[in-house]
Design a protein around this ligand. Structure first.
Ligand code: CO
Ligand code: ZN
Length: 334
């Protein structure tokens, strides 16, 4: 599983440009899915057919990552850019970015009068080493993601884009585990590797509308409250998957929260309860589709979300797979 995570995390895939990620995932699950399709927006939907006794379930993990989009190229070939998703200017200077064709760039900063202030995005630029606009290989509209190697140190894994490639890897591993264990699930499960989450849960919105699930569960990262002077939050790295109760965009279905807690306790899987005071996930899109869907989220605790060094704990990742297995094996009548 670690090799899949390493590959997924290091690959290019800002919102709307998830093709490379989709190919990797598709190759991993081709042999174990009953059906695979890609929809008009680019969502990859892999399905396992149930035996008719269970429910229609949608699981979702987003393939896209935050990034930047080129808005202007000056005469010397320096690039100005805007954000794709929640990009923090304070975390950008000195970073390297990668474009779809592999072109690399370095983020520089203008001379500023007041260096005590956080830089604004419009004071930053990307340098791809071009001599002038004409020879610059990058044009307006090109998108870049961060470039950063994967680090495994003890149980901690660090990389860019673990939001939400870790969720993608968990869904892949879940499909492989169901196949390995020859589990015949009662439910028909649609594994949706969604697009454009970071710009407003757009892929999950259309996928949920077309699949019309009865139960929806997103698998995504959440913040932690265990670092120096962090925003107070009762989630810690390594203490188990976080079962979402509420975030900035949804209130999880209380019955589904109780069911997930019960399955975790029965299987002796460590878990935490998550209340995130901002942000949201694909679960919001699932909950609000059609005439309303029972929805919740299994969150992977993650430090430094939306930086190029997002950190998760390997045990939380494995336990997330176990928790989802425990949930899917049993009844989902709520
Ligand atoms: Co995110
Ligand atoms: Zn995410």
């Amino acid at each position: 599983m670690i090799e899949t995570i390493r590959t997924l995390a290091q690959t290019y895939g800002p919102s709307g440009h998830e093709d490379q990620i989709r190919s990797i995932i598709q190759a991993e699950i081709a042999d174990v899915a009953d059906e695979i399709e890609t929809d008009a927006l680019g969502n990859l939907i892999a399905s396992l057919n149930g035996n008719g006794a269970g429910r229609r379930v949608m699981l979702a993990a987003h393939m896209d990552e935050i990034g930047v989009i080129i808005t202007h190229v000056d005469e010397k070939g320096f690039l100005r850019f805007g954000p794709v998703g929640g990009v923090s200017p304070a975390l950008l200077v000195g970073n390297r970015v990668r474009f779809a064709d592999g072109t690399m760039g370095v983020i520089g900063i203008e001379k500023r009068e007041n260096t005590n202030r956080t830089p604004r995005l419009d004071q930053l630029y990307i340098d791809v080493g071009a001599r002038d606009r004409a020879s610059c290989p990058v044009k307006v509209g090109a998108m870049a993601g961060f470039d950063r190697g994967f680090l495994a140190q003890g149980d901690r894994w660090v990389a860019k884009a673990l939001d939400d490639r870790i969720g993608c890897a968990i869904l892949v591993e879940l499909m492989l585990a169901i196949n390995r264990q020859k589990l015949a699930l009662p439910h028909t499960v649609h594994f949706v590797f969604s697009v454009q989450e970071e710009v407003g849960v757009r892929g999950a919105t259309t996928a949920a509308f077309s699949l019309a699930p009865e139960v929806g569960i997103a698998v995504d990262v959440t913040a932690t409250g265990d670092t120096p002077k962090s925003h107070p939050m009762a989630v810690s790295l390594g203490d188990g998957p976080a079962i979402k109760v509420k975030d900035g965009g949804m209130i999880a279905h209380p019955g589904l929260v109780r069911l997930m807690v019960q399955r975790a306790e029965e299987a002796e899987i460590p878990y935490q309860l998550e209340v995130l005071t901002y942000g949201s996930t694909d679960a919001r899109a699932m909950q609000l589709t059609q005439s309303g869907v029972i929805a919740g989220c299994v969150s992977i605790p993650c430090r430094y979300v939306h930086s190029n060094s997002e950190m998760v704990d390997a045990r939380d990742v494995q336990n997330s797979v176990e928790l989802l297995l425990a949930v899917l094996k049993g009844s989902l009548e709520l």
